[in-house]
Design a protein around this ligand. Structure first.
Ligand SMILES: Cc1ncc(COP(=O)(O)O)c(C=O)c1O
Length: 279
């Protein structure tokens, strides 16, 4: 159906409490990139919040395929949401009796060519990333207030993107992307222990770098390391690899998009194209 005809109850716990989980994958050539990794993270997010999804992997795969076909989606934004559904008004998840599955295939909003060529600005926001022991960032839930506040703070400072720190002041991630810094010729990304979402794009990049013999590792990054890096980028499924050329109003490296980030993006696109030839 058309998105405007889709209905969900105002008593749905996803709406009331953000008691839901979701995935976003980018569809290329009618094929969602890294779908299996997304499905795996979907179930893992459910487990992290004690939500045992009642649908099999095969059922999910089929309904996704059906939706993409019905939408005649070639290049698309695919969003899969599972909410714990409705029940008596009670915070306890045991009250949820009616889990809902929503699959959306929408026109993609992706960065322009110019964004990749010129890069974006970022701001180290004052909003800290959720504590792992409060709302674990590794669970991709519908509760995005932490990220909404982060991006609002970045925009207030005139920057495009937010860089969030953890409670100790270490670099965590963007509001909806993982962060990379080229430090002494090595691409460094914060480890999962800092309390971040285990991004599929981040994981893909670590693996591509291994194969292409591009030095890359997971290591703690402090804000001063990020400011002193020769190149910085953020990555996510929809936006792929976006160069950051201005941080807190100061240029990163030369202030232009570096050749290393451009190379990383090329490698990523080659991987995407190899993996999205068919289902
Ligand atoms: C908080 C956060 N970190 C990182 C990412 C990137 O994850 P992925 O590469 O799986 O799209 C996202 C994507 O939405 C996100 O919301």
């Amino acid at each position: 159906m058309e998105p405007e005809d889709a209905r969900i109850s105002v008593l749905d716990r996803g709406f009331l409490y953000g008691d839901s989980i979701y995935e976003v994958a980018r569809v290329y050539n009618g094929v969602p990139f890294a779908l299996e990794a997304h499905l795996e993270r979907f179930y893992a997010s459910g487990e992290r919040i004690g939500f045992a999804l009642p649908w099999s992997r095969n059922e999910l795969r089929n309904v996704i395929k059906e939706t993409l076909e019905a939408a005649a989606a070639t290049d698309a934004y695919l969003r899969v949401i599972a909410t714990r559904g409705c029940g008596p008004l009670d915070l306890a998840p045991q009250a949820a009796i009616d889990p809902q599955l929503i699959v959306m295939a929408l026109a993609p909003t992706v960065p322009s060519k110019e964004t990749y060529e010129r890069g974006r600005s970022a701001w180290t926001v004052s909003v800290r990333r959720n504590l792992k022991r409060a709302i674990d960032p590794q669970a991709k839930t519908g509760n995005y207030m932490n990220n909404v506040l982060a991006v609002a703070d970045a925009r207030r400072h005139g920057a495009d993107e937010a860089i969030m720190l953890d409670v100790e002041g270490r670099v965590a991630e963007g509001s909806s992307a993982n962060v990379w810094a080229l430090i002494d010729g090595v691409w460094v990304t914060p480890p999962l222990e800092v309390g971040i979402l285990g991004g599929i794009t981040r994981h893909t990049l670590l693996s591509i770098c291994g194969t292409a013999k591009v030095a890359a590792e997971e290591r703690m990054i402090w804000p001063e390391d990020l400011a002193a890096a020769s190149e910085v980028c953020i990555c996510s499924s929809m936006r792929e690899i976006v160069p950051i050329v201005l941080l807190n109003g100061k240029p990163i490296g030369t202030g232009n998009v570096g050749r290393n980030v451009a190379r990383l993006h090329e490698l990523y696109r080659a991987e995407v194209s190899a993996q999205t030839k068919s289902w």
